[in-house]
Ligand binder design. Sequence first.
Ligand SMILES: [Zn+2]
Length: 257
Amino acid sequence: MNPTDQLSLGFDQQEASATPVPLPGGHLGLPDGRSLPMEIRRSRRRTISLQIQAGSLRVSAPTWVPRSEIDRVIESKVRWIARCLDAEEERAANRLEPHEEWCDGAEIRFLGEACRIRLDAGTATIDWNATEGLLRLPLPAHASPDQIRDRVHGWMQAQAEDILRERLELLASAVGLQFQRFSLSSARTRWGSCTSDGHIRLNWRLVQFPLPVIDYVAAHELAHTRAMDHSPGFWDEVEKIMPNYREAKDVIRRARI
Ligand SMILES: [Zn+2]
């Protein structure tokens, strides 16, 4: 589900008073307790349009529509606004690549935490500081987006090799399951796979998620060493490995690789 984040509403000029009203923005409170910044722009347009962008509401309205009428329109659309905010939050939480381009200051996710990229020609190696949420790359300020992406992806793959293997081994030994082989995959279509002879592959991009999500995918593939289908018996195996897997399963199902 991906609601559009822009609404345009027809408006009947006869209904409104012709008095132009000054337009403070302010904050809009939603019935669920959230509030968001609101900006109202007036122009010579004929309709009122609402747009959710970066967690704030932008209203574009004809110059002659009174503020009370704008408020009435917003009021009638609060549920739509809440849905847009939900969708935006979800997209942000599942973001696998920086929002903007690969540049100094771009934000990525690592183990579920926001992590900002810093270009720092003064450092010799890539340095990740979890407390500061910073990933320092030994690259000059004029590094190209491709260079930055390749360094970050290379670093993540190295991290993935260790972290994913460790989680897989931990879960397997906790329930006495065995797998034959582990390798990283970079498939664009799946998060993990398991062959009938017990070769488990996990997508390196999983390291961008919190550990429970990584664990769910690892548990899923481990369960396939017992059942190759997705029968109720298979899900029983998943639950034995990771009793509270359902929330993580939802996260990964909604995420795009
Ligand atoms: Zn499966």
